[in-house]
Design a protein around this ligand. Structure first.
Ligand code: AOF
Ligand code: ZN
Length: 316
């Protein structure tokens, strides 16, 4: 067996496909990030592509389009590496499995079976029926981690939930209500925070944070999309008050009287949200922790001491 037919070669090509997929970060959700690489029988890469934009062509289409006219005749003897199973459904674009079948790829190597119930193995079955040799599960763990948000939304019907707060060394997230606001972040951590925001579909705060901080929740220090603002409405907030910046950004308003889990399902099912950053305050963050409804916690711990103030949430 020559080197380019080995399992090691498959992993190298899948790793390249993963690299390409990441280029879609911040541009493709609620779709997954997907990358594809095409190799000729001699092991040469003749095509590469990734899913660039939500609603746009899938990775496989872009990879095939990138093949030079002089290499097109090689497709029937070629292998295509895809980080996610080629789709089998008519969505915003026609099924990729059909396209791969038409092109007659000899071999298709798939990182991960698509958790989308509309696909879920059908793409692989279609290709096998058409006579392609299909290998599944190369670098599956990496492919899964890459699309943890998409997978969570598809399988749990709720967004990937990231809890986020900044606290002083002595465990306060803010100085006592009414006193001057302290800023924990420095310019580096602010930039990182904006990058996280640019990757999130939505960002949630409670009424207290709206009234105390009047935040805009937009992405300013990193290129990218603004997350959709989500607000937990409480009695403190009169809906007639439109002077808050956030209210001019079409926020999704959640009803605190329905269970948190139901509100999360609603975000995914009604609004297509696959990832949610929860920015506070403490009461809201604590309710996510107590309901065990979170996938990731990011705490920025500042060297400051406050001695008094609003205590940070605590993991139970
Ligand atoms: C692929 N290659 O690059 C991606 C796939 O609405 P559509 O047509 O864009 O379809 C979105 C679904 O297609 C998405 O939920 C996922 O199941 C699959 N994504 N499939 O073959 C790709 N992005
Ligand atoms: Zn597709």
């Amino acid at each position: 067996m020559s080197k380019h037919q080995s399992g090691e070669f498959d992993e190298i090509m899948m790793r390249r496909a993963l690299q390409l997929a990441v280029n879609g970060a911040g541009h493709v959700s609620p779709n997954p990030m997907v990358g594809a690489v095409i190799t000729a029988p001699d092991g040469r890469i003749i095509g590469e592509g990734w899913h660039r934009l939500y609603g746009g062509p899938h990775a496989e289409v872009n990879a095939i389009r990138s093949v030079a006219a002089t290499d097109m005749h090689l497709l029937k003897q070629s292998t295509i590496y895809v980080t996610l199973e080629p789709c089998s459904h008519y969505g915003k674009t026609p099924p990729c499995s059909l396209l791969l079948r038409e092109k007659g790829f000899k071999r298709v190597v798939v990182g991960l079976v698509d958790p989308n119930p509309k696909v879920a193995g059908r793409g692989i079955a279609m290709l096998r029926e058409a006579g392609s040799e299909v290998t599944v599960g190369i670098l599956e763990g990496e492919c899964r981690r890459l699309n943890a948000r998409f997978i969570t939304a598809q399988t749990k019907r709720r967004p990937w939930i990231q809890l986020k707060w900044a606290e002083s060394t002595d465990g306060f997230i803010a100085s006592p209500r009414g006193s001057e606001r302290v800023v924990f972040s420095n310019s580096l951590s602010m930039t990182l925070m904006h990058r996280e925001r640019a990757m999130a579909d939505a960002i949630l705060i409670g009424t207290d944070t709206l009234l105390d901080d009047n935040p805009s929740l937009t992405v300013r220090l990193w290129p990218g999309r603004n997350p959709v603002p989500v607000l937990f409405k409480s009695k403190r907030w009169a809906s007639t008050d439109t002077s808050f910046i956030l209210l001019s950004h079409n926020p999704i308003i959640l009803d605190p009287d329905i269970p948190l889990a139901d509100n999360m399902h609603l975000l995914t099912e009604r609004h297509g949200i696959t990832s949610l950053m929860v920015e506070g305050g403490t009461r809201i963050l604590q309710s996510f922790i107590d309901s065990r409804l979170y996938d990731e916690v990011r705490i920025e711990r500042s060297p400051m001491l406050l001695h008094a103030g609003i205590p940070a949430p605590h993991a139970s």
